[in-house]
Write a protein that binds this ligand. Structure first.
Ligand code: 5GP
Ligand code: ZN
Length: 111
Protein backbone atom coordinates (compact mmCIF):
# COMPACT_ATOMS: atom_id res chain seq x y z
CA UNK A 1 0.00 0.00 0.00
CA UNK A 2 1.61 3.26 -1.10
CA UNK A 3 -1.17 5.70 -0.17
CA UNK A 4 0.32 8.25 2.22
CA UNK A 5 -2.99 8.93 3.99
CA UNK A 6 -3.58 5.18 4.49
CA UNK A 7 -0.15 5.06 6.12
CA UNK A 8 -1.14 7.95 8.40
CA UNK A 9 -4.52 6.31 9.15
CA UNK A 10 -2.81 2.98 9.91
CA UNK A 11 -0.33 4.80 12.16
CA UNK A 12 2.60 3.60 10.09
CA UNK A 13 3.65 7.26 10.02
CA UNK A 14 3.62 8.91 13.45
CA UNK A 15 1.15 11.80 13.37
CA UNK A 16 -0.56 14.01 15.85
CA UNK A 17 -4.33 13.65 15.50
CA UNK A 18 -6.68 16.53 16.27
CA UNK A 19 -9.79 14.36 16.09
CA UNK A 20 -10.40 10.65 15.84
CA UNK A 21 -13.52 8.51 15.66
CA UNK A 22 -14.30 5.05 14.36
CA UNK A 23 -14.52 6.27 10.77
CA UNK A 24 -12.48 9.47 10.44
CA UNK A 25 -9.44 11.29 11.72
CA UNK A 26 -7.91 14.72 11.37
CA UNK A 27 -4.39 16.11 11.35
CA UNK A 28 -2.61 19.31 10.37
CA UNK A 29 -1.71 19.79 6.72
CA UNK A 30 2.04 19.52 6.07
CA UNK A 31 1.98 22.72 3.97
CA UNK A 32 -0.62 24.96 5.62
CA UNK A 33 -2.35 27.51 3.42
CA UNK A 34 -3.98 29.33 6.34
CA UNK A 35 -3.35 29.69 10.10
CA UNK A 36 -5.67 26.71 10.53
CA UNK A 37 -5.35 24.08 7.81
CA UNK A 38 -6.55 20.68 8.90
CA UNK A 39 -7.18 17.60 6.78
CA UNK A 40 -10.07 15.34 7.76
CA UNK A 41 -9.97 11.91 6.15
CA UNK A 42 -11.93 8.66 6.22
CA UNK A 43 -9.83 5.87 7.74
CA UNK A 44 -10.83 3.52 4.91
CA UNK A 45 -9.26 4.25 1.55
CA UNK A 46 -11.51 5.95 -0.97
CA UNK A 47 -10.27 8.02 -3.91
CA UNK A 48 -12.40 11.14 -3.60
CA UNK A 49 -15.44 12.69 -1.94
CA UNK A 50 -17.96 11.47 -4.51
CA UNK A 51 -16.76 7.89 -4.16
CA UNK A 52 -16.92 8.24 -0.39
CA UNK A 53 -20.53 9.46 -0.65
CA UNK A 54 -21.37 6.29 -2.54
CA UNK A 55 -19.32 3.93 -0.39
CA UNK A 56 -20.04 5.32 3.08
CA UNK A 57 -22.31 8.38 3.31
CA UNK A 58 -22.08 8.40 7.10
CA UNK A 59 -18.30 8.75 6.89
CA UNK A 60 -18.71 11.69 4.48
CA UNK A 61 -21.12 13.36 6.89
CA UNK A 62 -18.70 12.74 9.73
CA UNK A 63 -15.95 14.60 7.88
CA UNK A 64 -18.15 17.69 8.18
CA UNK A 65 -19.14 17.16 11.80
CA UNK A 66 -15.46 16.65 12.65
CA UNK A 67 -14.60 19.88 10.81
CA UNK A 68 -17.34 21.73 12.69
CA UNK A 69 -16.01 20.49 16.03
CA UNK A 70 -12.38 21.28 15.21
CA UNK A 71 -13.37 24.77 14.05
CA UNK A 72 -15.22 25.33 17.33
CA UNK A 73 -12.24 23.99 19.31
CA UNK A 74 -9.98 26.46 17.48
CA UNK A 75 -12.38 29.34 18.10
CA UNK A 76 -13.05 30.00 14.41
CA UNK A 77 -16.10 32.16 13.71
CA UNK A 78 -16.05 31.03 10.10
CA UNK A 79 -14.14 28.54 8.03
CA UNK A 80 -13.85 27.12 4.56
CA UNK A 81 -14.14 23.45 3.63
CA UNK A 82 -12.93 22.13 0.28
CA UNK A 83 -12.50 18.89 -1.60
CA UNK A 84 -10.32 18.82 -4.69
CA UNK A 85 -11.38 16.06 -7.07
CA UNK A 86 -9.03 15.16 -9.91
CA UNK A 87 -5.57 16.46 -10.76
CA UNK A 88 -7.02 19.28 -12.87
CA UNK A 89 -8.77 20.61 -9.76
CA UNK A 90 -5.61 20.37 -7.69
CA UNK A 91 -5.99 16.95 -6.10
CA UNK A 92 -2.54 15.56 -5.34
CA UNK A 93 -3.36 12.85 -2.79
CA UNK A 94 -5.90 10.36 -4.08
CA UNK A 95 -7.37 9.42 -0.71
CA UNK A 96 -10.48 11.52 0.00
CA UNK A 97 -9.80 14.44 2.33
CA UNK A 98 -11.67 17.51 3.47
CA UNK A 99 -9.56 20.65 3.77
CA UNK A 100 -10.62 22.75 6.76
CA UNK A 101 -9.17 26.26 6.42
CA UNK A 102 -9.56 29.18 8.78
CA UNK A 103 -7.96 32.06 10.57
CA UNK A 104 -7.69 34.46 7.63
CA UNK A 105 -10.06 36.06 5.10
CA UNK A 106 -10.89 34.02 1.99
CA UNK A 107 -11.57 35.31 -1.50
CA UNK A 108 -14.54 34.19 -3.57
CA UNK A 109 -14.44 32.68 -6.11
CA UNK A 110 -11.46 30.59 -5.04
CA UNK A 111 -8.44 30.52 -7.33
P1 5GP B 1 -4.91 17.93 -2.37
O1 5GP B 1 -3.91 18.71 -3.19
O2 5GP B 1 -4.89 16.47 -2.79
O3 5GP B 1 -6.28 18.50 -2.33
O4 5GP B 1 -4.40 18.02 -0.88
C1 5GP B 1 -3.39 17.21 -0.38
C2 5GP B 1 -2.88 17.90 0.84
O5 5GP B 1 -2.13 16.96 1.59
C3 5GP B 1 -1.94 19.07 0.55
O6 5GP B 1 -2.47 20.25 1.14
C4 5GP B 1 -0.61 18.64 1.15
O7 5GP B 1 0.07 19.70 1.76
C5 5GP B 1 -1.03 17.59 2.16
N1 5GP B 1 -0.07 16.54 2.40
C6 5GP B 1 0.59 15.81 1.46
N2 5GP B 1 1.37 14.87 2.04
C7 5GP B 1 1.18 15.02 3.38
C8 5GP B 1 1.73 14.34 4.52
O8 5GP B 1 2.52 13.41 4.42
N3 5GP B 1 1.32 14.76 5.73
C9 5GP B 1 0.42 15.78 5.89
N4 5GP B 1 0.08 16.11 7.13
N5 5GP B 1 -0.11 16.45 4.84
C10 5GP B 1 0.28 16.07 3.61
ZN1 ZN C 1 -5.50 5.72 1.13
Amino acid sequence: MTCIFCKIANKEIPSSFLYESEKVLAFNDLTPQAPVHVLVIPKAHCENAGELAQADPLALAELFTAAMQIAADRGLDGYRTAFNTGASAGQSVFHAHLHLLGGRPFAWPPG
